[in-house]
Design a protein around this ligand. Structure first.
Ligand code: HEC
Length: 197
């Protein structure tokens, strides 16, 4: 590289360093002002930085990985049942994130029907579900040794299907959602009351 090019590269790096320092300073000031409460949402730049970092945290080869599980109605049904059972507490059956748990998390689960999620590649969604997202409520679901990768790929099919989910599917999912302790007690009580009559 010529000396001139080195000078340009050096200036670009300095500019980037200064820009990062400014962004970090803004984030720190924002954090000091809002505290560490989970009630508010992250600011736009925070979300952008976090999503960009997450994007690059998934290795390029993994990001471009196609879904190896062929899409069939049975595969979609399995993904749907799995989602209703394990994911809907935070993400809601329709993927909107409108649940009690979801709305009080920081950051909140995004509306997965929207472009910001649907734009992610299959490989990227797969890795997010398998490994989780650090410093968020999103847990790692996959077995690190990959024994349940097939199940995770089925969930990827289901997430892709969210924008087109039907009322019938949502009705079916309601029956597959885990029952809370209170609901179970209420059901037991009602059934018990029924028996004594
Ligand atoms: C305890 C709550 C919780 C549960 C349960 C949960 N998630 Fe999440 N999930 C989150 C949160 C919070 C985020 C947002 C993380 C972030 O901002 O990067 C998230 C993000 C995601 C994303 C990334 C979406 C995007 O656009 O960034 C996907 C995909 C996802 N979850 C799928 C799943 C699947 C599939 C399951 C079930 C196997 C599941 N999640 C269970 C809380 C949860």
């Amino acid at each position: 590289m010529s000396e001139r090019r080195w000078a340009i590269a050096g200036k670009t790096l300095t500019a980037l360093a200064v820009l990062s320092a400014i962004l970090i300073a803004i984030a720190v000031v924002a954090m000091l002002r809002t505290g560490v409460s989970a009630r508010t949402g992250p600011t736009k730049p925070e979300t952008m930085v976090a999503r960009t970092m997450r994007h690059f945290a998934v290795p390029a080869a993994a990001r471009s990985m196609p879904n190896p599980v062929p899409l069939t109605p049975a595969v979609l049904a399995e993904g749907r049942a799995h989602f209703a059972d394990h994911c809907a507490v935070c993400h809601a059956n329709d993927g909107s994130g409108a649940t009690e748990m979801g709305q009080n998390l920081y950051p909140k689960p995004p509306d997965m029907r929207k472009q910001s999620t649907q734009r992610l590649s299959d490989g990227e969604i797969f890795f997010i579900v398998k490994d989780g997202v650090r410093l968020t409520g999103m847990p790692a679901w996959g077995d690190a040794a990959g024994r349940d990768d097939q199940e995770t790929w089925k969930l990827v099919h289901f997430i892709r299907h969210l924008p087109a989910i039907t009322p019938q599917e949502l009705e079916e999912m309601k029956r597959l959602n885990p029952v809370s302790h209170e609901e179970a007690e209420e059901k037991e009580f009602l059934e018990g009351a029924h028996e004594t009559h």
